[in-house]
Design a protein around this ligand. Structure first.
Ligand code: AMP
Length: 429
């Protein structure tokens, strides 16, 4: 069969890499992809939001399955468009994608189904928002309602800062329409973890647990990024915690969505804060996390295409996923300036040293090949991902590989997975 992957980052590279391992797949395309992905898939020069062009391409090339990586086309309704034309697509429809596309909608669903989350209130008017602030305690968590590329959550230590953040969003429109509403939330303490599951409308299949690192600097300092690294499994999600997440979050959510007539079919990512009183939902994403997807794909033994088809066809109760007992760790190498404005076009040295890396893979997030030279072309340039018998070994392996790569201004975190190493209970899945 032929598969088209939509998107261009490290997540999409790991999806292409995994899909190509399926004995059922003869050819993989990626739109628009990047040069690294181009080493293993045919690149299609179309943006992820060019929905009609993508559907025409899929029809012309007789694509059997389209897999959507990023959130934007999902919130724009790419799945509805393909499905209407009888084309098979992996990713939730527009209505279901609102779980990520509108934080206010996500909070409403959580509240309706008694799922634990930070207490909150939603505002369109800045004076009412400020009046509400006066009754809250710092730090204040202010969120733009819509998609803001991972930058829409601002945690403000002082009321002054919170008030000016509200003005920036609601009056200054720094996030445009994505900031037509703000959500003000209670600040939650605890340990963050991510939980991903395939959902077919009625049933679910949990994926291996994972944890990403959002802040740019070691020790969780500095501004939020798209993600600086990830590891799987995440020991904080031991089997008792897994059970609680399923019972207290996933099952009520699936029931609640059904009750509203929302048919979620795809992968749901639940961002969690885990504290003494149990797991609470921070956010939903309606696609694989990037970079969590990279170590999770590395650990998946089952055929990803089979799992995706079962999701689309409502057969997740008939299928199981097999996982490698190895751990996976991904370290993201970034361009100078990222997550702010960053440099492009720097020559990457050392990639050829990883061509025969048998304990890992260099997933490309933003590279371009010019002749024989590899140049940077994005903020998150590479996601080196290694396996090991445990997290410790995978960490050692991945940082050895990192030591082989260089470009001017390259930066990365040196403490990926340290939190997992500090925990002694283990037992994640
Ligand atoms: P989100 O995109 O909603 O997950 O937010 C991005 C990051 O902001 C999260 O990974 C947390 O680190 C932090 N965050 C979001 N909401 C809260 C909250 N209510 N309390 C504490 N931290 C939060």
């Amino acid at each position: 069969m032929k598969v088209l992957v939509v998107g261009s980052g490290g997540r999409e590279h790991s999806l292409v890499w995994k899909i190509r391992q399926s004995p059922r797949v003869e050819k993989v395309y990626c739109a628009p992809g990047n040069s690294g992905i181009g080493e293993m898939a045919e690149l299609v020069p179309m943006g992820p939001d060019e929905i009609e062009k993508l559907a025409d391409f899929a029809e012309r090339e007789k694509i059997d399955l389209t897999v959507v990586g990023p959130e934007l086309p999902l919130t724009l309704g790419i799945s509805d468009f393909f499905e209407k034309r009888g084309q098979k697509i992996f990713g939730p429809n527009r209505e279901a994608a609102r779980l990520e596309g509108s934080k206010a909608f996500a909070k409403e669903i959580l509240k309706e189904n008694n799922i634990a989350t930070a207490s909150f209130s939603t505002f369109t008017d800045s004076n009412s928002a400020k009046r509400y602030l006066a009754e809250q305690r710092p730090p204040y968590v202010i969120k733009a309602d819509g998609l803001a590329g991972g930058k829409g959550v601002i945690i403000c230590p002082s009321r002054e800062e919170a008030e000016s953040t509200i003005d920036n969003i609601l009056v200054g429109k720094v996030f445009g329409q994505a900031g037509a509403k703000v959500v003000i939330e209670e600040f939650l303490e605890g340990e963050e973890a991510s939980f991903m599951a395939l959902i077919d409308g009625n049933h679910f299949l949990s994926l291996a647990s994972s944890q990403d690192h959002k802040r740019v600097f070691d020790g969780d300092r500095g501004p939020n990024t798209g993600g600086m690294g990830a590891y799987s499994p995440a020991p904080v999600i031991n089997s008792a915690m897994h059970r609680r997440i399923v019972d207290e979050i996933l099952e009520p959510l699936i029931k609640g969505l059904k009750k509203r007539g929302v048919n979620f079919r795809g992968v749901l990512y639940v961002g969690l804060m885990i504290a003494g009183d149990g797991p609470k939902v921070l956010e939903f994403n309606v696609r694989f996390g990037d970079p969590e997807c990279q170590p999770v794909m590395m650990r998946l033994k089952s055929d990803l295409v089979d799992l995706m088809e079962a999701t689309i066809e409502g057969r997740l109760d008939e299928i199981k996923a097999e996982w490698d007992s190895d751990s996976g760790v991904c370290v993201v190498l970034c361009a100078h300036g990222y997550p702010g404005s960053y440099e492009k076009g720097k020559e990457i040295r050392g990639l050829e040293k990883l061509y025969d890396w048998n304990r890992g893979f260099a997933f490309h997030g933003g590279t371009v090949k010019e002749g024989a030279r590899w140049l940077t072309s994005g903020g998150r340039v590479l996601g080196l991902t290694a396996r090991g018998v445990n997290i410790e070994e995978a960490v050692r392996e991945v940082y050895q590989a990192v030591g082989k790569i260089q470009w001017e201004g390259m930066h990365y975190r040196t403490d990926i997975a340290q939190r997992a190493l500090k925990r002694d209970e283990g037992g994640g899945s």
